[in-house]
Design a protein around this ligand. Sequence first.
Ligand code: HEC
Length: 150
Amino acid sequence: MKPVVPVLTALAVAGAFATVVHAQSPDRQIKYRQAALATMGYHFFGVLAPMAKGERPYDAAAAARSAKYVSEVSAMPWEGFGPGTDAGAPTKAKPEIWKDKARFDKLAQDMQIETAKLAKAAGTDLASLRTAVSATAKACTNCHDDFRAK
Ligand code: HEC
């Protein structure tokens, strides 16, 4: 019955590793979520909103590309808001997030519905981009107003 011990050891190691992957340190989660949010902001506030406002010429291909990035990245920040990540690295996340996580998660979901629409609309024409940008901006603000410090 010799192989039993190595097998159990391997399972224990795999189990420990899985735990580490699941809950990374508060510092890493905070930096991770900020990086994802900053990436979204780069394409949303830096490319799409200026096009919608006429501060930058409308370019269907560039709009479609940025909107696709915003939509894909909009799924990412949320796993960086794990328990205990209200403090660690400097953060603007308000402690209210963890007191009303269900509402926070719902606002994150609602925003992803708008970014999916944005990804479809952005490359169509300027009027469609404008409509989708303003709906998405509202979905960003709905959360920032209550859950992000100024
Ligand atoms: C469900 C809530 C929620 C939604 C929806 C949301 N945000 Fe945020 N956002 C936050 C929180 C909380 C922070 C502060 C994170 C921190 O400092 O740890 C933040 C921070 C940011 C930052 C600053 C990142 C940095 O640290 O450099 C940008 C840029 C940003 N959000 C853009 C957006 C955009 C664009 C949208 C909409 C497409 C959006 N956010 C939607 C909650 C949200």
